[in-house]
Design a protein around this ligand. Structure first.
Ligand code: F6P
Length: 328
């Protein structure tokens, strides 16, 4: 028999992402819809370890759907990595009568949730929130679309100065382990080359391609480089290397950095976060645990958390082909 759920906890963990607030809002209001008390847990797993909780009602999440960051804050918790920390976290949940936990975050956050479930049998549900889009079981993570728009806007601006000065720009974008931001934003901004960890381009191919580009009449060029892949060099060394080997180019380097994680979420991310937040609460009410809610073929769908953390999304081969064809 399914135990009636009366109290759910929600936290945001890992790197923040635009749209996390929209997800929090959807969770809080879905709880109200079911007459379930919703408890906000501050600073991710660290707040769980310390019992930093606050009951949230529908009016507590007014006007946050449009805000970047996370009102619940986020942290990388050392405490939760220890057995004592997790024990304390479990005790706080029991003391407060919380019966299930919704974790809005990425890979590392879900791994923490799984471990917690394994140790204490505590029900957990994941909502994918990370700009990197590197989680299996969803075509889009919350924040990815907004980050892409931020990157494209920045690259458009850099393109203006690049073309005025006939320069070659290396632009580093986020994505520690994945090239989804680089590939999508690269196509969207018309980059001449896109360097991602999933594809080993090799230095020789890069030089040959840039040479060809120059010979074809291009006066300026943009190379988008994913943070996780620099062909064995940091992006500044990469720029130096190319300038040394292709003196016909005047090279500049730009690292976009954490601005990619901020800003108001796009409409797509707000709608996605709202759908996933509602589905997470629906699923807990139905007695489900250890799943991640995601978007598959434009439908909300559940994937076992263990699969979500293990299988990284591969890079879209069709996008690679499109990029190869249109950068000629
Ligand atoms: O949010 C994901 C991510 O943006 C990665 O691409 C990046 O490597 C990482 O976060 C950096 O996060 P932080 O500076 O918070 O450690």
């Amino acid at each position: 028999m399914i135990k009636e759920i009366k109290k759910i906890g929600v936290l945001t963990s890992g790197g923040d992402a635009p749209g996390m607030n929209a997800a929090i809002r959807a969770v809080v209001r879905s709880c109200a819809f079911y007459d379930i008390e919703c408890v906000g847990i501050y600073r991710g797993f660290q707040g769980l370890v310390e019992g930093d909780f606050k009951v949230l009602g529908p009016r507590d999440v007014n006007y946050i759907i449009n805000k970047g960051g996370t009102v619940l804050k986020s942290a990388r918790s050392e405490g939760f990595r220890t057995a004592e920390g997790r024990k304390a976290a479990h005790a706080h949940l029991l003391e407060n009568g919380i019966q299930a936990l919704i974790i809005i975050g990425g890979d590392g956050s879900f791994t923490g949730g799984l471990l917690f479930n394994k140790e204490f049998g505590f029900p957990v549900m994941g909502i994918p929130g990370t700009i990197d889009n590197d989680i299996h079981g969803t075509s889009h993570t919350i924040g990815f679309d907004t980050a892409l728009n931020t990157v494209v806007e920045a690259v458009d601006k850099i393109r203006d100065t690049a073309s005025s000065h006939k320069r070659l720009f290396f632009i580093e974008v986020m994505g520690r382990d994945a090239g989804h931001i680089a590939l999508n934003a690269g196509i969207g901004s018309g980059a001449e080359e896109i360097i991602i960890p999933e594809e080993n381009m090799g230095m020789d191919r890069l030089l040959a391609s840039l040479k060809k580009s120059k010979a074809s009449g291009k006066s300026s060029s943009i190379v988008i480089v994913a943070e996780g892949e620099k062909l064995g060099k940091n992006v500044f060394e990469l720029g130096d290397y190319v300038e040394k080997n292709l003196p016909e180019y005047d090279v500049r380097v730009s690292v976009l950095g954490h601005m990619q994680r901020g800003g108001a979420p796009s409409c797509f991310d707000r709608v996605l976060a709202s759908r996933l937040g509602v589905k997470a609460v629906d699923s807990i009410v139905e007695g489900k645990s250890n799943y991640m809610v995601g978007l598959l073929n434009d439908q909300v769908a559940l994937t076992p958390l263990s699969k979500a953390v293990k299988g990284h999304t591969g890079i879209d081969q069709e996008l690679l082909r499109v990029s190869d064809i249109i950068t000629i």
